[in-house]
Each structure stands twice: as structure tokens, then as C-alpha cells.
Design a protein. Sequence first.
Length: 338
Amino acid sequence: MQDCLAPEGDAAQAEVDPYPPALMDSTDALPAVLRRNVVPGDVESSILTDKDSFHYDIQGAKKVIVFNHKKFHERFQLNERKGTELDVDAIIKTFSALSWKVEVYNDSTTSDIRAVLTELQVSEETDQLSALAVFILSHGEDNGTVFAQESMYRVDHDVLFQLTADKCPYLAGKPKLIFVQACQGQATDPGSKLRRRHTSQDSTSTYKIPNFADFLIFQASFWNHFSFRSSDTGSWFIQALCKKINDSHASDSLLDTLLAVSRSVSIEKESNVPNKPHLHQKKQTPLLYSTLLRQLYLKGAGENLLPAPPDRPLQANNRSELSDHRATGTNKQNCICM
């Protein structure tokens, strides 16, 4: 593999002229945008957050878009995603209570999805938003590929890239949250048992941001791995996400809450599919990517937050889950893969 380090020293300066030396000082390889002499454009957005703020101001309008895929074209030979409506109901209940407007699109085609995102890019209503969340509930494969009703699309190329600051200026500088409930491949995680070792000690108005800033992507499972869903209770991931948001305090940042989601799914859940040994007694852990530049508080503005109440009790979803948790340390559920 050829080394792509940027040239250094006087000879390097002669090589890269007429490119600006300041840009070359911090690049490992010359960006294509510089080779084409493309000048980044200015974008304008009705952003509430001050440049120097440590938290996002989301007191304005907020929107949730849910792409819920339950049934698929027969050529895919994919099972109907029974129980996905329970996830949709949980999302609607959780985010509506926080004054987010929720739009649900059921069994959309790829062209339907592109139309929704294109409307976001050009609609002046988008300019009034202070935050956006996109939920994708579907079957999936590796490399971030998910299934629409009649074809497949990519979370990065077909969703995230369409919401970057240069493609969707109305959302520039605003938090954009993408939640993906879908398998990321065919691998399963049997988990490993841990035993704790006992020891003796326990502000200006204009500034430039990257086009890919202000994103958070939270997916149900690690790369190339299955994610689990129950037809009776919904998916582990979405149900844990909504429950932890519901139970969170105003002083909990979104990242604090998502850490609690990861801990809940990873530690408290284990699959119960004895008739399918390759899926039985398996574990799942969500994966988080973030380019957020500030803290995000779903239940407070950030500067006037109340302290969290001490020792908030944990609540079980129902008696059977509580019994499983007490007996084994995990909630074993009859479940199917996404």
C-alpha cells in the first residue's frame, strides 16, 4: 500500500504550490476538494445555539422521522418484521411527550425516502427546526445497508450524506440524530462471563464547521452482527432507548442516556431461541458514532438544569422479565433477528 503522507520541507512547498501552505501543514493527503480549487460555500441557518455554547439550544421546533419497514417485496424472501409497530408506538409516545413532531412513513420505497429527504433540504419549514431525529426500522446487512420495500439503501450515503451542512443548509449547526434498528450482518455474539477480581482498593455570528459535524448515529448492533426483536415486546434496542429517555432527568445529557441504553441492552438482555441454536443465548451491544460538538439535553435547555434525584429506582418492564433478571442476571426473551 502506498504511503499517503503529505510532503514536508522546502521541496514539499515547491511541489504543492499554488496550494496554500497552511492547508498542507495539517493534511496527511491532499484533499480532492483542493485539487479542484473548490471554495466551500457559506450556508445560512436559523440556528439558536451560540458558537461558544457547550450545549445545543433545542427550544425551537423539533422533528422525528420514522422509516418503518415491516413488509418487503417477495423477491427478497424476508420475513415480516412482526413487533415493529410496538417500536413505532414507543417512539411516538416518548418523543411526543418531549414536544417533538413525529412523522411515520410505513413500508416506504427508496424513492419515497429520497423524496422525504429532498423535501427536508428545500423546505423553509426545515429552517425553523432546532433538531432532527431519523429512525430506521428494518432488516439490514453489513456496511450499513438496510432494506426498503422494494430495494436497498445505505444509511450513510442515502440518509446521512443528504443531511450534511452543505446538502441541507437549513440544518447546519443543529443536532441530527440517526437511530438504526436493523441487523448489521450475520454474526452473533455469545458473550463472555466476567468475574470481578477482588483487590484491596477499590462568539462571533459567523464561523465555519465541518459538513459532517453535529451528527449522532446510534445503531442497534455492532458491525456485522445480528440485532434482536420480539414480536410481543418490540426490539431490545428501541424499547431500551425509549425507556431510558422516559426515565432520564433533565440534567442527563443525551450521551449519558445512550450510555445507559448500551449498558441495558448489553448486560440485561440475552436471546431465548432454543429451537435455533445458532441464535440461542446470544448477546447484543449497540454502537455509537458521534460528531456532536456540544452536549444535547432532551429535557432541559442546558443552563438551568435541576440536579438528578439520588438513587432513582430501576423499573422492570413486567413481572416475567423481573423474574428472569433475578434468576439469571439477564432478561431472556423469545426473540427473532432483524
